[in-house]
Design a protein around this ligand. Sequence first.
Ligand code: E4P
Length: 218
Amino acid sequence: MKFFIDTANLGEIKEAQELGVLDGVTTNPSLMAKEGITGEKNIINHYKAICEIVDGDVSAEVIATDFDGMIMEGEALAALHPQIVVKLPMIAEGIKACKYFSGKGIKTNVTLVFSSGQALLAAKAGAAYVSPFLGRLDDVSTDGLHLISEIKQVFDNYSFETQILSASVRHTMHVVNCAKIGSDVMTGPLSSIKGLLKHPLTDNGLAQFLADYNKGNN
Ligand code: E4P
């Protein structure tokens, strides 16, 4: 399973990249605003800075909600860097734009997906990635992981090439369960990746090994 980090924070992106397990980055307008990145020029420069840190795909979201606007913005974003994936909202205009971009060989990520029917539409339109938001479903007492399983079944039935990008991941168990289901990618905060390192038996075991080694050196 690929690990994407869901942030616009350059420090966190660098830390995940240095860990050696980072496959890409997802951003959205809220994550940009959280880092104080506003205004078209600053946002564009920020995407370029992210692409210089990571080797993999970087999702850049369009703001327009009409077809022509999405095409104009998406083409400009895609031209910024070969790693840019155009992120489109799961609405009718977004699906039309997805079809347009897939026809041009430009990778897309259809976002704000909350049902397997929406995922199926995005796959038929040629999306490179579909982003079901599992954490936001959990927030409204609906099983987000169940949606990931359903989409996996639908995509496997027809061998769609669209990758399931499990988004809105909040913690380590989301990551582990996405991997068990067979999600192609997960995107989450740095804490959801670093949390996978933790086990007290690892820490205790290492402390014991070091203590025993040092006995021999005294
Ligand atoms: C990623 O593409 C999404 O924008 C993101 O995962 C949403 O996460 P949130 O529900 O934690 O805001």
